[in-house]
Write a protein that binds this ligand. Structure first.
Ligand code: NAD
Length: 349
């Protein structure tokens, strides 16, 4: 549709939020975006260095749980679309302490819903203008729990069985989103995506950790036997999935977004080692640029892999069925090896 949107993107300085902002500014020249981010340790304002050059993008530092701030933004800028990327997102941190996860992922999401409902549904001035509105919640496939090798992938009717404090906080938020749709008629949609990779990813996460450790000749710690299976989705495909939901998704529904590209963690490390060794053998100038990357230069990178005690409650396998979103026209487009190569190049830029 040609309708122009006024979008509040929360968590805009994080990995996926920043990729969304870049994509959207390029694809939708009539849309205005406000990026709200608390700038936690996970944020990086440099992720928005292209976006802030655009007059159609405004950055706001703040907390999604701050009611008066969010209310002011939605009213003043006539926000008609909220896309909630803001979250505490690292499972290991949630195991160490879940306080921030409850505060941001649950209380913060509820605050956004509450503000949107009070303006979009209850405010007579707003309702007279009759803008089309949408609240989109960015969730995870981890709310469904874990699969065995034999199980079929998760569908949208799989029960919520979260296992980590992180996934439990996301599941709680998703239930609240659903409830605001059912109870008050707030036009809500939710997406559950698999593991993302791509530019702007925080170095504490698996793929960036492997790449940066290889460049520094540091040990690559792999949890347990490394046979946990993850479905890897390029962040651009995730964003295209959200785009389909915003355009054609039905309010009140939730949609899985995946790539059906499942790999064990140990296969993934070996894949990255191989691609990076190839890069180093084809481009000798990299040896001077990354003097520490001796294992890459000598073709012995897999010797850096070290198995460490498994994460508590570590889920064995995630995998999503995205037939429902495919009906709206979604198909993942990024080939995994090509996407991984581009990601490696980005971290070595
Ligand atoms: P990220 O940790 O890179 O970014 C999160 C951003 O949210 C950060 O910039 C942080 O400063 C901001 N933030 C945190 N608390 C905030 C608050 N109270 N108010 C405002 N901003 C706050 O995370 P990501 O990987 O970009 O994930 C984005 C969303 O996608 C999350 O909701 C996550 O649960 C979901 N998700 C991520 C993946 C993945 O593989 N990365 C997979 C499935 C779902």
């Amino acid at each position: 549709s040609v309708k122009s949107r006024r979008i509040l993107v929360t968590g805009a300085a994080g990995f996926i939020g920043a990729n969304f902002v870049d994509y959207w500014l390029t694809q939708y020249p009539n849309d205005q975006i406000w990026g709200l981010d608390k700038l936690t340790y996970a944020a990086n304002l440099r992720n928005l260095s292209e976006a802030i050059k655009s007059v159609r993008f405004t950055f706001v530092k703040g907390d999604i749980a701050d009611e008066s701030l969010v209310r002011g933004l939605v009213i003043e800028h006539h926000i008609d679309t909220v896309i909630n990327f803001a979250a505490e997102s690292h499972v290991d941190r949630s195991i160490a302490s879940a306080d921030e996860f409850v505060q941001t992922n649950i209380v913060g999401t509820h605050n956004l819903l509450k503000v949107c409902k009070s303006i979009w549904i209850d405010d007579p001035n707003w309702c007279q203008r009759k803008p089309e509105v949408r609240f989109h919640q960015v969730s995870t496939d981890e709310v469904y729990g874990s699969l065995t090798i034999e199980d079929d992938s998760f569908t949208e009717s799989s029960p919520f069985l979260p296992n980590s404090p992180y996934s439990a906080s996301k599941a709680a938020a998703d239930h609240m989103v659903r409830a605001f749709g059912k109870t008050y008629g707030l036009p809500v949609t939710t997406s559950h995506c698999s593991n993302n990779y791509g530019p702007y990813h925080h170095v504490e996460k698996m793929i960036p950790m492997i790449i940066t450790h290889l460049l520094e000749n540091e040990t690559i710690g792999i949890y347990g036997d490394g046979l946990q299976i993850r479905d890897w989705l390029h962040v651009e495909d995730h964003i295209r999935g959200i785009e389909h939901i915003l355009k054609d998704g039905i309010a009140g529904e939730h949609y899985n977004i995946g790539a059906q590209y499942e790999l064990t963690n140990i296969e993934l490390v070996h894949r990255i080692c191989k691609l990076m060794e190839q890069e180093f053998s084809q481009r000798p100038e990299l040896h001077a640029q990354y003097p520490m990357a001796t294992a890459l230069q000598t073709g012995t990178s897999t010797s850096l892999i070290e198995h460490v005690p498994d994460r508590l409650g570590h889920d064995k396998r995630y995998g999503v069925n995205f037939d429902k979103l495919a009906e709206l026209g979604y198909q993942p487009q990024v080939d995994f090896d090509a996407g991984l190569k581009r990601t490696i190049a980005w971290f070595m830029r």
